[in-house]
Each structure stands twice: as C-alpha cells, then as structure tokens.
Design a protein around this ligand. Sequence first.
Ligand code: SF4
Length: 383
Amino acid sequence: MTAVELLALPDLELFARADHSCRATFGPSVFLRGLLEVSNRCVRDCLYCGIRRSNSKVRRYSMGDDEIVAAVARGHEAGLRSFVLQGGEDPDFTPDRLARLASRLRQRLGEDSALVLSFGTMHKSDYQAIKSGGADRYLIRFETSDEDLHTRLRGSPLARRLSAIDDLKALGFEVGTGFMTGLPGSTEESLAADVALAASIGPDMIGIGPFIPHPGTPLGESEGRGLGPALRAVAALRLLLPEANMPATTAAGSVAPDGRERMLAAGANVLMPNIGPVDAKRDYELYPGKICLDEDGLSCIGCLSIRAMTVGKRLDRSRGDSPSFERRAALARSRESGPRAEIAGRHNAEAGRHNAEAGRHNAEAGRHNAEAVTHSPDCAQGA
Ligand code: SF4
C-alpha cells in the first residue's frame, strides 16, 4: 500500500496493523536510548526552534568533553547500551572534536554499545572521520518534504540534507531521519508526501514529532495540530518500513500526557530518557511544555517501564540495531573477510530477509484479525 492509502485507513485499523507489524519484528521490546543534549548554542535560525540563534532569552550552555564522557559512562553503568548525542549547530563542536570525542566514548563503552551523533550536515569526509572515531549511527531529520517550506523554515535547501543522508548511508552508518507533523501550512497531502519521502530514504531509524509552537520564535502564534498526525505518520511508516527503529518521541509526550504510550501502541519501539544534567535539560527548550525536565534521566527509567507495560511492552537496554542494518553490516564484514565468507554472509542476509518476510506475513495475519475487530465491535465487547 502507498502512504496515501495507508493514511486513508481509519485510525483504529491503521494503529492495530502497525502495532502488529511492530510486534512481529521486535516482539514486546522497547529499546532505550540515553539522550544527551550537549549544546543549545546554534548558528542557525530555524523559524520553529526555541533555541534558534535569534532567541536572546535562551541561557546558552555547551558541555565539555569530560562532562559528556562522564554522563555517558553513568548511563553505561546503569545498563544502557545505546547513546544519542545531539546539539544545535555549535561551532565549538567541530568535526575533528566530534571524531576525538567519538573515539574516547568508544574506548569507554567498548563494542557492545551504539553511539549515535546528530549534529547536522557536514562534508562526507567529516562524517567519515567521526565514523572512524567510533560513531556508528547518525540522525539527520529532513523535517518537511516541501522544498519551499523547508527553505523558508530552515534557511537551507532540503536537497542538502538529503544528500547528507546519502553520504551517511554510503559510509555504512546506521542512519536515522524524521520530520515534524502539523507544521503551519501542512495538509493531509503534505503528510503523505513526508511519509513517502521518509520511506523512500529507507532509513534504519525514524523520529516523528508534532510541531509545538514556541513563543520565542516567529511561529509562536501558529497553531499546532496535536498528536493525531504524528501517530498516523508513525503507524504508516511502521507498515512501510517494518524493521526501522522508531521512537515514541518526547514531543509526543509533551502534547498529550499519554502521547508516548499511544505512539508505542501505534508502531513505535524506542524510548529516549534524557540522561543529561538537569540544568542543561531545562535550557534545551526546542518547544514549550517539554516533559521530564526536572528528573535525572536514569531515574525516569522506572516511569518509562510502567508506560511501556501499559501497552503490553517491556524495556530493553540492549543496543537494539535495526534488523536491516544488522544484515547490511554482516554482509560488509563478510566482504572484508574474503569471497567464501561473502557467500555465507549473503546466505545469512537472505535468511534474514526471509525472517523479515515471515514477520510481514504475521503482520498481515494480524491485520486481518484487526479488521475483524474493527468491523465487529460487538464481538470485541463480547470478548
Ligand atoms: S532546529 Fe537545529 S539547526 Fe535549527 S535552530 Fe534549532 S538547533 Fe539550530
């Protein structure tokens, strides 16, 4: 089915299909990612963003490398095995520094942990340097598939971000992207176009959050559209990309108290506790009403566990690679080890694809069940 067809489904049916597909691939697991917002300085001026350069009310901070390594090490000691470092486009975080930081973190973490960076567009050679340093994942959201809107909102062309994603994929990163739903001027058609673009990229991770107007920005008077479009986008993408990791985003929990649970029930399979210092968290205000600012992120994990349980899922602290990425990585390793290993690697990749296919069949079977429930409310009540 296409993005348009999926988004035309009734919500209950769409969410039930997506939930079934998610469970067919990941079971009840919800992967945890320790999020660290390392700097709220930014040279850019995106119209929707609370920490944009022109917002003079923001108290700026930029973490030092020792502080970052210590925060990540604390998360590692608490059992987390996947860490996301993100920041504004802070000139202090040069590619060289990020490469050195990735190397320090890799030494500290060993190979059992994933290291995700999200620092915007760079030259391909810079991405290569941070990958050689030890980063294995990179997130770069495109925010909107509408080229004019992208240029207006971000002051830079969409094509630049898409070509950065191509570079990251070519370098063998596990790549994430995503977008914002409900931006001013967006429509049901533009939502379908956003979903279709995300699916066409074929990412390993997709983050989707609702636009929340920030009073300190030029879009502060605009109206948000709430959680609905974000939930529908997550569910549609789960069906288009069954193996992608998809967070139940903090923005979803900020527009609705049960937003993250609803996203987990609509196909998301990741939660991202913020493990940064409490002061820094308060100052990284991309949008107003951001949740979980006053607690230590590691102590949030108990709360997240309960939230996951309410939708029949459970937390998983492992690094949680996307199955499609695992197959690509296995094939790349086998290529490095010679022709015979490559043939074995291809067989494994093929077996993985069959498993994924079997998962999709299960999801399809679930869809029929979901349809039965959707179309027979009396039976559902009787059960
Ligand atoms: S969205 Fe990112 S690049 Fe744009 S102003 Fe905010 S932090 Fe900077």
